[in-house]
Design a protein around this ligand. Structure first.
Ligand code: MN
Ligand code: MN
Length: 472
């Protein structure tokens, strides 16, 4: 028998979106990407993301669960840093919900609690920093940064800060060492040691305060404090409790001559936050069987810790309230049963195979840019340590749903075995006893200042999440 008749049915082959998509799908992918890029430009931090999403709620018909209680579209934001939204389906919640969890914090450089000083050698005002999450420190040197966050004044008033995104605003630089003088300090060292945390000071000003002729100590620092007080009404002590973050300044850009890619900071994991949000917005409560929930969590990059991370009680409490307002028992037994019957997508990015460093992947088990969303059974490191390992039954169910919906998908591991590794929120969600699987687009240069995504994969993620809510 000739292989031609049955070969394609028997052999697995991942499908390139751009080869298989209809002209309309290509157009939809471009339109979806444009909305996503606007979202990235508005949401540089977890707080800005929560503020932005909360501002959409009224227009999208979502009600604050703490005010309205019962409605078919509900949300709750907490501590300005994490947020959950639900669309109530026709089935009882006790039958299980469909939940998509992503994270809205990103690797960055925070300011230390006592950040401002005048460097005695150079007489420059500098900000001392503390990196957050898995960053390659050298990438943050000599590149324009913007400052975002909140300062709480002693009267309790919150001052929102965002400096460096608008053309007219200043940006901030951590100056790297010139190559001419780097031979001992940097070139002789391992790459991870070439820039240490203490090298990551930001130059914040150079002009001394000189309104009066008096000789002032640390006049450059004093001038900065004077300017901060003039503009924001804050004093140095207010900085000691503030949350201020440095992120790459600037906007998301089209990448590649064909405009098929997106270059932007913070796509891990705002790509999944945006895709799951749009999927949820597209749902019709009366046509939905299982209740659909998305959770945009904070603190994933440092292990889902703190009371705004996925390990906190936030999600359980939200689900308990959903049960209560749906006239179902919210006691701990029913809550547990609901969770065990639930299906959860841990929506996070994966590492796509990089043409510059293909050797850290095994080609057939790596995510390829442009071939759709990755269905990732496990992440972790070494012998599948520290990961959720999705069950074959659930893994297959997700694939069948994506196939039926015509969504481009692929399977992908986080690099070769023993090459390194990493984790997602999946393993914390699995502690509830629910079915959990990782599913999200691949990125090139993950955790760098300019992560690269494919519009095909961003759009495929949206379609995958929508199919999950409607069909799973
Ligand atoms: Mn992530
Ligand atoms: Mn990450």
């Amino acid at each position: 028998m000739k292989a031609e008749g049955w070969k394609d049915r028997l052999v697995y082959q991942r499908k390139n979106f751009w080869k298989t998509a209809t002209p309309r799908e290509r157009e939809e992918a471009q339109v979806f990407a444009a909305g996503y890029m606007k979202f990235l430009n508005t949401c540089k931090t977890e707080r800005e993301t929560v503020t932005h999403v909360a501002s959409l709620m009224e227009k999208k018909g979502f009600h604050d669960i703490d005010i309205v209680g019962k409605a078919d579209r509900l949300f709750r934001s907490a501590r300005g840093k994490n947020l959950a939204l639900a669309v109530i389906g026709n089935q009882p919640l006790t039958d299980g919900i469909n939940l998509i969890v992503s994270h809205i914090d990103t690797p960055r450089v925070d300011l230390k609690q006592n950040p401002l000083s005048e460097d005695s050698t150079t007489e420059l005002a500098v900000l001392r920093t503390h990196y957050y999450g898995g960053v390659k420190k050298y990438q943050w040197m000599s590149t324009p940064l913007s400052l975002h966050g909140v300062v709480i004044k002693d009267n309790g008033e919150t001052v929102n800060i965002s400096i460096g995104e608008k053309e007219k605003e200043p940006v901030f630089i951590m100056p790297d060492l010139l190559p001419h003088l780097a031979s001992r300090e940097q070139y002789s060292k391992k790459i991870g040691d070439a820039v240490s945390a203490s090298h990551m000071q930001v130059v914040f000003g150079s002009m001394p305060y000189e309104k009066e002729a008096e000789k002032l100590k640390e006049a450059v620092k004093l001038n900065i404090l004077y300017l901060l007080h003039q503009k924001y009404g804050i004093v140095e002590e207010d900085l000691l409790s503030a949350e201020l973050q440095l992120v790459p300044a600037g906007k998301a850009r089209n990448a590649g001559l064909d405009g098929s890619l997106i270059s932007a900071y913070g796509q891990d994991d705002r790509v999944c936050a945006y895709a799951s949000l749009q999927a949820l917005f597209s749902l019709q409560p009366d046509k939905l069987d299982r209740t659909a929930v998305i959770y945009l969590a904070d603190k994933e990059e440092i292990g889902s810790e703190s009371n705004t991370g996925a390990k906190s009680a936030f999600m359980l409490d939200f689900l308990a309230d959903l049960l209560k307002y749906n006239q179902e028992s919210a006691d701990s037994m029913n809550l547990r049963k609901t969770l065990i019957k639930s299906q959860i997508i841990s929506a996070d990015v994966n590492a796509a195979i990089n043409p510059n460093f293909p050797e850290v992947h095994e080609k057939d088990n790596a995510v390829h840019l442009g071939f759709g969303v990755s269905v990732t059974k496990y992440t972790g490191s070494r012998g599948k340590s520290m990961t959720n390992d999705a069950n074959a039954e659930f893994n297959s169910k997700i694939i069948r749903i994506l196939n039926a919906a015509g969504v481009n998908w692929q399977t992908g591991m986080l690099g070769k075995v023993d090459e390194g590794g990493g984790g997602t929120i999946a393993k914390f969600m699995a502690e509830y006893g629910a079915e959990v699987i990782d599913c999200g687009p691949g990125l090139l240069g993950m955790h760098s200042l300019y992560e690269l995504s494919s519009k095909a994969d961003v759009y495929s993620a949206y379609r995958a999440y929508r199919a999950f809510f409607e069909k799973a």
